[in-house]
Design a binder for this molecule. Sequence first.
Ligand SMILES: *Cc1c(COP(=O)(O)O)cnc(C)c1O
Length: 359
Amino acid sequence: MVKLNHHYSKLNSNPQTSSTEDFFGPLTPTVAEALENASREMGSPETCKGYGPRQGYPFLREAIASHDYKGLGIESDELFISDGATTDLANFQEIFGLESRVAVTDPAPPLYIDVHVMAGRTRLPLKTGGYGGIVYLPCTEKNRFTPEIPNRPSDLIYLSSPTNPTGVALDRSTLTGWVHYAKANGAVILFDGSYEAYLRTPDAPRSIYEIPGAKEVAVEVRSFSKTAGFTGLRCSYTVVPHALKVLDGHRLFSLHSLWTQRQQTKSNGISYPVQKAAAALYSEKGQKEIRQRIDQVLSRAKALRDQLTQQGYKVYGGIDAPFLWVKGPFQEKGILATPGSHFGPGGEGFVRLQPSGAL
Ligand SMILES: *Cc1c(COP(=O)(O)O)cnc(C)c1O
């Protein structure tokens, strides 16, 4: 008789039935055209592609390294192309022991914690909400939704900027503090940069690798979902620097090697047409279209922010992120609202809003 993984039944959040993230517009013309052309290549014996490189095609990894990591010294072979930030944020924990201590912002996307519940890395649910064994990093109005360094050790740390769901950008000194803490504790930071393209605060780092020493402690995940309307097409990337080594016992292990091994065993990569579509984003025309798109999404968020502020709501986010974090009960037509408690006990009393409707 089969036995089940009973850790699954410990989940106390319901999986979302429909995506709340589908309001980032259609693919831009340049991307749609590249997708069409590459699909046609797949239908001809001269140009069709079989299994591609597991880490992703060099044409895409090189475009990402030279555009998105210009001046930061990230090389194309430190990049892993994937079908979504969700996939990699969910799977990365597999290469760490079950005794690893996890630190997560509260509130945070449920994914960050739920994958550890399913793996059996958490203890009993707490009366206050949340799970035992997790180091919660409260992000409140009082600390301006900025996670503070805890006074106890942790091993795997989830950070994001702009932070979901509060929409607040983390500043350089906060990220520097976290990089130092990770180094001192032999910890690894999983940095979720899914909304990086929305950052507007001038000195907010776009990448964790802008912080000296971050390559030795951090993995960075980014996605084309929110920046280029890829929620339905699926493409993302993860940076695992060669300099990222963890000491287990007396041995140093390269996370790049372990992640390569994991991916080679459990994945055959992302389809060629999708990678061609993503690469088209890095053409001059592709970049222009995306900049316009992001400005459009941000101006819609700002308009809603202004409107709600005028109505007397206490509003956060909407400047460095396409969503708002609003205090108090909220109900209005045409605005997508997710109750704050969906993001953990720290989300109680808030609601996350996104303007909805076609772009
Ligand atoms: C949407 C979202 C993701 C997932 O993105 P996909 O690439 O579509 O899987 C990850 N992290 C955050 C914070 C998100 O909002």
